[in-house]
Design a binder for this molecule. Structure first.
Ligand SMILES: *Cc1c(COP(=O)(O)O)cnc(C)c1O
Length: 410
């Protein structure tokens, strides 16, 4: 079937990597796409729409309030901006200049990653604590709470915490420590869904702000994310993102979302104005969040499992060992690991070559295929079924059969 991309002269690929940003994220469910189109057709004031979205996010996450951002990375920037500026319009106007403000965020050295650029962009200064000894191959210990305590200064304002099931100290421990020292906790949980109960569990720790991606498992538009947490911080983040080109005499945001009486004045466009979200994206994200939270996506698991089993069967007799990895929680997606066997010699080099071969495609037999590339170092290609379409299964199998026969068949 020809798509708009064909008409533009760009061949669509088969995405076997999951909802990764560089391949365009999730395919929107019909109801989400319908919300996007419907949402486009009428006009609404965006601060009122964000207030409505906030109520849905609050109901689903149990946070006091929420904001639809343009991705989890923008949620990190706006969350940091909210912590740095509070409800002070003068500070909002100055960001990212934080000279003279409390601006230090503690972060475990082992939790640093490319996304913390988003926090620094608000003017926050990251202060690393602890070591990364296990990766550094010189120890067995993780970051410990006393190391956070030892790094406190009068300028410490918050903690940046990257949530994963393996994070140490744990989020409840970090929140307990932060409470003792009046620090804010900003949690990056962008990819921590499923499990669904993380929607409520992370907020329940008392964390001040939590960020989720809207374009990953939630299957909202790729350019959406969620910032949820304390009401006055969400109000600050919203004020710094919304378009504030109005007369103060007329400006009338929903009082339960942005309480004007707490503000010295109407701020001008803030740091987040460059990260605006459209009404279509907001309503589509809300629709997707409701679907995700309802468990509506769980039915896809059986279909995905069946596809992966078919792929594994189709590779029998080829020099590859298939491992079906099913997290078995009824929510997380299964994946298929294709481990090149010893006959390939240098399995790492062979896996990179196979990945390159697949990405190249072989028209008209099969289009470019992008398998998961996270385990190439171990000689493993991963098939993630999250973004696969039913009509892509047959060409995907052909592509894998051609590539995993060595030398690859052209
Ligand atoms: C995906 C991801 C992000 C970025 O989320 P976007 O919604 O793409 O902006 C940030 N942090 C982590 C850990 C992620 O996995």
């Amino acid at each position: 079937m020809t798509s708009i991309y064909d008409r533009l002269g760009l061949a669509p690929i088969i995405n076997a990597s999951g909802s990764v940003t560089r391949l365009g994220g999730a395919i929107l469910p019909d109801a989400v796409l319908a919300a996007f189109l419907d949402g486009n057709q009428r006009a609404v004031p965006l601060e009122q729409l964000q207030a409505v979205a906030s109520r849905v996010i609050a109901r689903i996450t149990t946070a006091q309030a929420g904001l639809v951002t343009c991705g989890s990375a923008a949620a990190l920037t706006l969350g940091a901006a909210a912590i740095l500026a509070g409800l002070d319009p003068g500070r909002m106007e100055r960001l990212p200049d934080t000279t003279g403000l409390r601006r230090e965020f503690l972060v475990a050295r082992e939790q640093r990653n490319g996304y913390d650029h988003a926090v620094r962009a608000a003017g926050a200064k990251l202060v690393e604590v602890g070591f990364n000894e296990i990766v550094g191959n010189a120890g067995v210990r993780r970051t410990e709470l006393w190391e956070y305590e030892a790094a406190l200064t009068p300028d410490t304002v918050g903690i940046l915490f990257n949530q994963s099931p393996h994070s140490r100290p744990t989020l409840p421990e970090i929140v307990g420590f932060a409470r003792m020292h009046s620090l804010r906790v900003l949690v990056d949980a962008a990819g921590e869904l499923p499990p669904r109960d993380n929607l409520t569990r992370l907020i329940a720790t008392g964390a001040d702000l939590v960020c989720f991606s809207g374009g990953k498992a939630i299957r909202g538009p790729q350019s959406t994310g969620i910032l949820c947490g304390r009401k006055e911080l969400i109000a600050s983040a919203a004020l710094q993102m919304l378009d504030n080109d109005d007369h103060p005499e007329l400006w009338d945001p929903p009082a339960d979302y942005i309480d004007r009486t707490q503000l010295a004045g109407l701020p001008r466009h803030g740091l987040g104005r460059a990260m605006k979200v459209s009404k279509e994206e907001i309503v589509a994200l809300v629709a997707a969040l409701e679907l995700f939270a309802s468990g509506a996506y769980d039915v896809d698991r059986e279909r995905h499992l069946n596809w992966l089993e078919q792929i594994a069967q189709s590779l029998e007799g080829l020099p590859v060992v298939c491992h079906l990895r099913d997290p078995g929680d009824g929510q997380s997606l299964p994946k298929l690991e294709l481990e090149l066997d010893a006959s390939w010699g240098d399995r790492r080099a062979a896996a990179f070559a196979a990945c390159r071969h697949l990405r190249h495609g072989n028209a008209p037999l099969y289009p470019p295929v992008y398998p998961g590339h996270g385990q190439l170092d171990q000689g493993i290609l991963v098939i993630n079924p999250f973004c696969l379409r039913a009509d892509e299964l047959a060409p995907l199998i052909t592509a894998l059969q051609h590539t995993l026969t060595h030398p690859p068949r052209h």
